[in-house]
Design a protein around this ligand. Structure first.
Ligand SMILES: N[C@@H](CCC(=O)N[C@@H](CS)C(=O)NCC(=O)O)C(=O)O
Length: 204
């Protein structure tokens, strides 16, 4: 059994999508970020950075407990544990990792930075716009790619799709103009949203 400590942010959703899609049994422990539940001594013992998501796998590698933070590390861990959503073939795996990293290390952090700017005490409109433009540019590239392939890394769903969808879902909810008018992204997002595991994962 796995314990998941998370909130309904893109990083929290990414970890929960991983568990749901990989079919790994887990217990959700909702963390209220506005109440500082991610800064308690007990939480910091799991992740000294004081950030969600965190999983604790009581039956980790070698039968030993494993505590893991970083939503993308959790995605990869779940894929490897279940043997799903990640090709072992080197070229396909490399392409998938490229897609995964764009979603996890380009798009999601820029969205986080955008959110930080607009919610700060002194919001700076040109900086917020710059982040929105950068997000839009990444999604335009995705739109072009998804016009030529079914999923982010080819014909099969991979953890790259899960990572991008977690970012997409939050962005669509907060700054819909970033993804508006991108027909291929919309087609892909509809297919992702129809997956029962994703529907369960997004309900925080
Ligand atoms: N790179 C990390 C980022 C985690 C992260 O930024 N978590 C946010 C919520 S989305 C958080 O806990 N923020 C509270 C804080 O940093 O104090 C991941 O992918 O898990």
């Amino acid at each position: 059994m796995i314990d998941l400590y998370a909130a309904g942010t893109s990083n929290g959703m990414r970890a929960r999508i991983a568990l749901e899609e990989c079919g790994l049994p887990y217990t959700l422990h909702p963390i209220a970020l506005d109440k500082g539940e991610h800064k308690t001594a007990a939480f910091l013992a799991m992740n000294p950075n004081g950030q969600i998501p965190v999983i604790v796998d009581r039956d980790g590698p070698g039968g030993k407990p494993l505590t893991l933070s970083q939503s993308t590390a959790i995605l990869i861990y779940c894929a490897e544990k279940s043997g799903k959503f990640m090709s072992k073939e080197p070229a396909a795996r490399a392409e998938m990792l490229q897609a995964l990293m764009n979603a996890s290390t380009d798009i999601t952090p820029i969205f986080g930075a955008y959110f930080g700017v607009v919610r700060s005490k002194e919001p700076h409109a040109p900086t917020a716009q710059m982040f929105k433009d950068r997000l839009r540019a990444f999604f335009k590239v995705w739109d072009d790619l998804l016009g030529r392939r079914k999923y982010c890394a080819g014909d099969e769903v991979t953890i790259a799709d899960f990572s991008l969808y977690a970012g997409y879902a939050r962005i669509k909810g907060v700054v819909p103009e970033v993804v508006e008018g991108l027909a291929h992204v919309a087609r892909w997002a509809e297919a992702m949203a129809a997956r029962p595991a994703i529907q369960r994962a997004l309900k925080f």
